[in-house]
Design a protein around this ligand. Structure first.
Ligand code: SF4
Length: 616
């Protein structure tokens, strides 16, 4: 099979005040013509930096230290600037995660495709226009002619990503790099984009390098996959082999951290600790310090990449006979980390009703003309009913714009509902004035998706958690406040020495723990989690989901979990409400609704979720 791309021993580093950070360290792989090859791993594992090296668009301060990148027979690292520019687009192109930031907002999408074509091909404007329209049709965009003159902001996220793909394939490159191409999209659109990439890959015999943290997408679409950790490639194999028989401890852990219905009632596997900064990696195996199978010699001796069966490469001392023969080096570390914690009892939600919502509506007027007359309404939430009991979790699922976040905010009265009834702990709060709502705020809390933007960067962790206490429970004395803060910190798995830190000094998972601490310190009865784990890596998500479950069990808290991730729903929720266009189209127990959906929309949603089903 012809190799379109061959990367050998690639090293990319940054100079930092703390020393040289080797963010990509000795990575080797190849991509064959017409195949989809996936690079997977969590944030900071070096996959995007590897991809950016391939198109020679490294961020400032980064440089390729050594190695070679041979694309279509030419070593990219030996080309001059002009040759590199010609190569980009002509032989290799890239689709990024957020199409809106890659498209120029002041040019029409047609102009942007034409510009790409004419920069590399000697064709007239007319010919380039025809080619652009044909490309828009190829990526299955309706009304291609009129879309040619549209500006990017008038298109949906999925349409913009199709335009990006049209630009990327305009010159029929040998290699298309797709860096998290579906992460910002809804699950049904994700599926369409991946199917489109697959079709184009087959039609043009283009090779695709898919970069993602979504393991199920890889399982369903890629022929081969490589797992990266800490700038190293730790395992690589044909995808069906890797998912059926993962051999590297990091790959096991990653796969076991994915929430689904089979793991209900069990703790999800979470990887202890966090990925250290690139200048602090241990000399030996970079996964040492976090690995459940670590042996005495792991942190000082670097494991090489070995082929353990045809096409299955591994970098771990466990599969090195020489290493394992030396009893001293291969001695398991005394404090072997548990792979899985004890099972978790489920909150079955048999307690008293905490929250009851009936016919909730949130309408927003559409005004037109000089007099701004109301000509209609946007019905963001259009008459929904929900009941949540003590100690239970109800999931509200649906795609972007379905009204789930608006509904959540209206329920805890961060928004004024237009109509309906909200009864919280026996008291109707639908239209209570703010001064009367305030005492109830202590009982209802919220955890947002992005902990970074929801935490005040000027306050320390202690001040952030204390702020809510002083405002909602002013009667507490200083000593009691400090005690509560300490208690909640240990409950969410943060240590006391972190109390003086600022939000930017925490990792993503720790920040989300801090948001949870802020919500729990006032001892609420109900917590609204709005996409609380969507921005997190899968192993960090597992830590947070485990934490929420154990806290819920201990304090019998009711949770309304707003999410678009059905895996999280299967794992976390007792009941699920599926929302579409402001209405709940289906409601029921998770086990029943997700195994036997009744509504066509629920069926579409479920069939679009890629699953890792190694038995299938
Ligand atoms: Fe774990 Fe050692 Fe293998 Fe690294 S080399 S993954 S620390 S067992």
């Amino acid at each position: 099979m012809e190799r379109v791309l061959e990367v050998d021993n690639l090293r990319v580093c940054f100079d930092t005040p703390m020393g040289v950070a080797r963010a990509v360290d000795g990575v080797s792989f190849h991509v064959e013509r017409g195949e989809m090859f996936a690079l997977v791993g969590e944030s900071g594992c070096g996959k995007t930096l590897t991809a950016l090296s391939l198109i020679q668009l490294l961020p400032e301060g980064a440089r390729v230290e050594s190695g070679s990148i041979v694309l279509s027979g030419r070593d990219i690292l030996k080309l001059d600037e002009y040759e590199k520019r010609t190569l980009r687009g002509d032989r290799v192109s890239m689709v990024f995660q957020e199409p809106m930031t890659s498209l120029n907002p002041v040019f029409t999408i047609g102009e942007q495709i034409v510009e790409t074509i004419r920069a590399h091909r000697d064709v007239s404007k007319r010919e380039a226009r025809d080619m652009a329209i044909e490309l828009l049709r190829k990526v299955r965009l309706q009304r291609a002619e009129s879309l040619f003159d549209e500006y990017p902001h008038r298109l949906s996220g999925g349409m913009r990503q199709r335009v990006m793909i049209a630009i990327a394939i305009a010159l029929k490159p040998d290699l298309l790099i797709a860096d998290e191409p579906t992460t910002a999209l809804d699950v049904t659109v994700q599926e369409e984009i991946l199917r489109l990439l697959k079709e184009l890959q087959e039609e043009f015999n283009t090779s695709v390098l898919l970069i993602t943290h979504n393991l199920a997408l890889v399982y369903r679409n890629a022929e081969r996959v490589a797992v990266m950790y800490g700038g190293n490639m730790v395992e690589s194999a044909p995808s069906k082999v890797l998912f059926k028989n993962p051999m590297h401890p990091y790959t096991w852990q990653l796969l076991r951290a994915v929430p689904d219905i089979k793991r209900r009632g069990k703790r999800l596997t979470s990887i202890p600790g966090v990925v250290p900064p690139a200048y602090m990696f241990p000399e030996g195996c970079r996964f040492s310090g976090r690995c459940p199978k670590e042996m005495a010699g792991c942190s000082s001796l670097k494991p090489g990449l070995k082929e353990v069966e045809k096409g299955h490469l591994l970098s771990c001392h466990l599969y090195n006979h020489e290493f394992m023969k030396d009893r001293e080096r291969a001695a398991p570390l005394v404090a072997t980390r548990p792979e899985e914690g004890p099972p978790q009892a489920e909150g079955r939600g048999e307690g008293a009703t905490i929250l009851e919502v009936k016919g909730l509506k949130c309408y927003y007027p559409i005004r037109k003309g000089i007099l701004k007359r109301v000509v209609g309404y946007v019905k963001a939430v259009d008459g929904i009913d929900l009941t949540i009991k003590e100690g239970s979790t109800v999931a509200l699922v649906g795609e972007s714009g379905c009204g789930k976040t608006t509904a959540g905010k209206a329920i805890i009265r961060l928004l004024e509902p237009t109509d309906g009834k909200i009864v919280f702990m026996g008291e109707e709060i639908t239209h209570l004035p703010e001064r009367e709502i305030k005492p109830l705020r202590q009982k209802m809390q919220i955890v947002f998706q992005d902990p970074y933007s929801s935490l005040n960067p000027r306050l320390t962790a202690h001040q952030i958690v204390e702020e809510g206490l002083t405002s909602l429970l002013p009667e507490l004395g200083a000593t009691e406040r400090v005690e509560r803060i300490r208690r909640v910190f240990s409950l969410v798995g943060l240590t006391e020495d972190m109390l003086g830190r600022y939000p930017h000094e925490f990792s993503g998972g720790q920040r989300q723990r801090l948001s949870i601490a802020r919500a729990l310190v006032v001892e609420p009865r109900f917590v609204l989690c709005d996409e609380a784990t969507s921005a997190l890596d899968v192993s960090v998500q597992a830590q947070i989901l485990n934490l929420l479950k154990s806290i819920q069990k201990e304090f019998s808290i009711a949770i309304l979990f707003i999410t678009h991730d059905l895996g999280v729903v299967e794992y976390m929720a007792d009941d699920v409400a599926v929302m579409k266009d402001g209405r709940i189209v289906e409601y029921g127990r998770v086990e029943e609704l997700l195994t036997n959906p009744g509504h066509p929309y629920t069926k579409t949603l479920l069939s679009s979720v890629p699953k890792i089903d190694v038995a299938g």
